[in-house]
Design a protein around this ligand. Structure first.
Ligand SMILES: Cc1cc2nc3c(=O)[nH]c(=O)nc-3n(C[C@H](O)[C@H](O)[C@H](O)COP(=O)(O)O)c2cc1C
Length: 326
C-alpha cells in the first residue's frame, strides 16, 4: 500500500504537507517535519513589501493607502528578522539537508518588480514557489474585473520569471469562485491552494483598541473547506491543495475523498507538534487498509462534485430535516 501522491509535478511520500508559517523558518523544525513524514513543506512567506524595500532600500511604499502605519512597522520588524539573503540561505540549506520538496512562498499584493526576486528563489534551488495572494476587496473604485486582473497579471509575470512550478494560494472571497479558480488553473500553474488565512483583528472593549485575534484556525472551518474542495476539485485543471481547519488525522482523509491532491496543515502542528503528521499518515494507512485501498487514486475524489451535478454540498441554507434540529 502506498500513500504517495504528486505535488506540483513532483512525487511525494505523503499527501500531508506543512503550510507556510513561523515553524517553517528554521532548519531544526524543517528536519522534524521531514522526519515526521510530511510530503513537502512551504517556507514562511517573504513579503512583497520586504522585497521592494530591500530593492530600493528606502521606505516609500503605500501598503494599503490608508492606515498603513501598523502594517508598515510589522513589515519593518519582519525585515529585520528575516532578510532576503537569510531566506535564500534557508532554501539552500534546506535543499542540502532535506529530501522533501522545499517550496518558497511570496506574499504579494501587487504585480510589481518584486517578481524578479522569484528568479533568485529559483537559483537558490527551491523546488517551487507559492504565491500567497490577497487583495482585500475594500476599494470601491475597483471592479470585480480589476480585482481578478491583478491575480492574472501576477501569475503571468511570475510564470515569465521562473521555470520552477508555481502554486497559487487564494482566498474564498471571489464573487464567482468556481469560475475564477478554473480560469487561474488554465494559466499553467502547477497547483491551486485553497484557502489562505488572514491575520484577523479583535476588539479589546476595555481599552477600546484593535488587537490581534487568535491566529490559529478552528475545526469549525473544516466543513467550508470540504465543500469547496468537493466543488472545485473537478472544475480546476490542476491539482488542488486544501488547507484551513485540519485538526484531526481523519480530516486529511475527508479532504482526499472530496478531491484534494494534498492537504496542508499548520495550526494542528502548532498545537500538537510534528507528531500530528505521523498520526495523520498512520490514520490514512489504517483507513486505507480497512477499505482495501492500495493507493490514493483508488478513492481520491470519490465524494467530489462530478459534472456539476447538484449535491448536498450545494445546500447552504438551514433546513429542518438537513440539520436534524427543530
Ligand atoms: C503563525 C502563522 C503564520 C503564518 N504565516 C503565513 C505566511 O507567511 N504565508 C502564508 O501563506 N500563510 C501563512 N499562514 C497561514 C497558513 O499557511 C495556513 O494557510 C493557515 O494557518 C490555515 O491552515 P491551518 O488551519 O492548518 O492552520 C500562517 C499561519 C500561522 C498560524
Amino acid at each position: 500500500m502506498s500513500i504517495e501522491t504528486n505535488f506540483m509535478g513532483m512525487k511525494i511520500k505523503s499527501p500531508v504537507i506543512v503550510g507556510s508559517c513561523g515553524l517553517t523558518t528554521d532548519m531544526h523544525t524543517l528536519k522534524r517535519i521531514e522526519q515526521a513524514g510530511a510530503g513537502a513543506v512551504i517556507l514562511k512567506s517573504v513579503f512583497e513589501e520586504q522585497i521592494l524595500q530591500e530593492m530600493s532600500n528606502s521606505l516609500h511604499l503605500s501598503i494599503d493607502g490608508g492606515n498603513s502605519s501598523e502594517a508598515y512597522y510589522y513589515i519593518e520588524e519582519h525585515i529585520q528578522e528575516q532578510s532576503l539573503d537569510k531566506y535564500l540561505n534557508l532554501i539552500r540549506q534546506a535543499k542540502m539537508e532535506l529530501d522533501i520538496p522545499i517550496i518558497a512562498s511570496v506574499n504579494c499584493v501587487s504585480s510589481s518588480q518584486w517578481v524578479s526576486f522569484a528568479s533568485k528563489i529559483e537559483q537558490a534551488g527551491a523546488d517551487g514557489v507559492e504565491l500567497n495572494m490577497f487583495l482585500l476587496p475594500s476599494d470601491v473604485n475597483m471592479t470585480t474585473d480589476d480585482v481578478e486582473r491583478f491575480y492574472e497579471e501576477v501569475i503571468r509575470n511570475i510564470k515569465r520569471a521562473v521555470n520552477i512550478p508555481v502554486s497559487v494560494k487564494i482566498s474564498q472571497y471571489f464573487s464567482s469562485l468556481a469560475r475564477f479558480a478554473q480560469k487561474l488553473s488554465w494559466m499553467g500553474i502547477a497547483n491551486l491552494h485553497i484557502f489562505n488565512r488572514f491575520a484577523a483583528q479583535d476588539i479589546n472593549i476595555d481599552k477600546m483598541e484593535i488587537e490581534a485575534a487568535n491566529v490559529f484556525s478552528s475545526p469549525s472551518e473544516l466543513p467550508h473547506l470540504i465543500r469547496w474542495t468537493a466543488i472545485l476539485s473537478n472544475i480546476v485543471h490542476c491539482p488542488l491543495t486544501s488547507g484551513g481547519g485540519v485538526h484531526k488525522p481523519e480530516d486529511v482523509i475527508k479532504l482526499l475523498l472530496t478531491g484534494a491532491n494534498t492537504v496542508q496543515v499548520v495550526s494542528a502542528i502548532y498545537e500538537n507538534g510534528t507528531e500530528f503528521i505521523q498520526e495523520a499518515n498512520e490514520r490514512l494507512q489504517s483507513w486505507m487498509k480497512e477499505h482495501d485501498f492500495e493507493k490514493i487514486s483508488d478513492f481520491k475524489g470519490r465524494l467530489s462534485v462530478k459534472n456539476n451535478q447538484y449535491t448536498a454540498f450545494h445546500r447552504v441554507q438551514f433546513m429542518k430535516y438537513f440539520a436534524g434540529i427543530k
